[in-house]
Ligand binder design. Structure first.
Ligand code: 5GP
Ligand code: MN
Ligand code: MN
Length: 323
């Protein structure tokens, strides 16, 4: 691990960095990528932004999003790879993985729990709600002016990963940063409506189907839902439409641990975990080769849906006495 100034100075000295976030990009990954990209560009650097997976339509409003190269890396002479909101190579995606070996310096800025990130320079702070908070600190150090476009990206990063300032990761500093961003011209009402007020019909159809599978264990502490590939295809939905489904089992009164099972191509199941107060779901996901945060984590497990579900639930039940 490096200290903040070491990492900030390394970034300051780069001339042609390539920037990316993680697979299945979310608001924090994209907002952080764009805010840093726009900021470094304003310093005169030759910035390239890439994403291994498509940008969810929901985020098409983000300023600068049209400049992100999706699914390919343009040939170029990059002197630095900066990875935001991700510190494990698996979450870079196949398209971007080769960059780790071909670009001379890799810098990681992340807030996921990780003791062995893969960069030459690593700045990890798992106490912040969003990587966007860290990007804001770096832009301040680099004396980048937070214009409305940069502020909109940073606010999106923070408001999405903090669950609109409702999750445990929200600190006084999270609010202070958001306050500054509003002063920089962010329209809270407009962004809230764009991000949370509307959903594509596919997302609501998926929710309808997923709620039919909602189950709660006898002790009332664990709730889960599942989604088959057949259903996803029938609805015509894609990855982007599945985001947020996990919030529904989490909403069940009295539930401490929420789980979402989702069938993937190639005989795999993507499992998402959320907890309210007690369970460290990062540890639970690690049992199955995944990871994340204390209150939000995930993993991908090989096997058939019902098999994976039984295996994961058996492990989850061990966490509750009398379950
Ligand atoms: P989600 O359930 O929204 O896909 O992911 C929640 C969190 O869990 C993410 O912020 C991410 O850090 C982590 N996560 C999800 N899937 C994986 C995975 O397969 N491996 C690791 N290491 N982390 C994951
Ligand atoms: Mn993320
Ligand atoms: Mn994040």
């Amino acid at each position: 691990m490096n200290d903040f100034i070491e990492v900030a100075e390394a970034i300051k000295n780069s001339r042609s960095p390539v920037l990316c976030g993680h697979v299945m990009p979310d608001g924090d990954s994209l907002g952080s990528l764009l805010a840093l990209g726009l900021g470094l560009k304003s310093m005169g650097k030759e910035v390239t932004m890439v994403s291994s997976d498509p940008i969810p339509e929901l985020y098409n409003f983000l300023p600068g999003v049209e400049n992100i190269h999706v699914g390919n890396v343009p040939t170029g002479n990059y002197d630095m790879l900066i990875v935001v909101d991700c510190s494990v190579p698996e979450r870079l995606g196949d398209t971007l993985l080769p960059l780790v070996d071909t670009v001379s310096t890799v810098v990681i800025i992340d807030h996921h729990v990780n003791e062995s990130p893969f960069g030459q320079y690593n700045y990890i702070n798992s106490r912040v709600a969003a990587t966007g908070e860290l990007i804001m600190d770096f832009l301040d150090y680099l004396k980048v002016k937070l214009n409305q476009d940069i502020a909109t990206n940073l606010y999106t990063a923070i408001v999405t990963d903090s669950g609109s300032f409702r999750y445990e990761n929200t600190t006084p500093e999270t609010h202070q940063k958001a306050s500054r961003l509003v002063e920089c011209g962010v329209s809270v009402a407009r962004l809230s409506n764009l991000i949370f007020g509307e959903q594509p019909i596919e997302s609501l159809r998926l929710l309808q189907a997923a709620l039919n599978t909602l189950e709660v264990c006898e002790c009332g502490k664990i709730a889960w839902m599942s989604m088959t590939m057949e259903k996803i295809q029938e609805i015509g939905a894609t990855d982007q439409h599945l985001e947020g489904l996990i919030n529904y089992p989490r909403k069940v009164k009295g539930v401490e641990l929420a789980i979402m099972f989702r069938e993937m191509v190639g005989g795999k199941v993507k499992v998402s975990f959320r907890s309210k107060y007690q369970v460290d779901v990062n540890r639970l996901a690690r049992v199955f080769g995944g990871g994340g945060h204390v209150r939000a984590s995930g993993c991908t497990v090989e096997g058939e849906l019902s098999q994976v579900q039984a295996m994961v639930l058996a492990e989850a039940k061990k966490l509750f006495r009398g379950c």
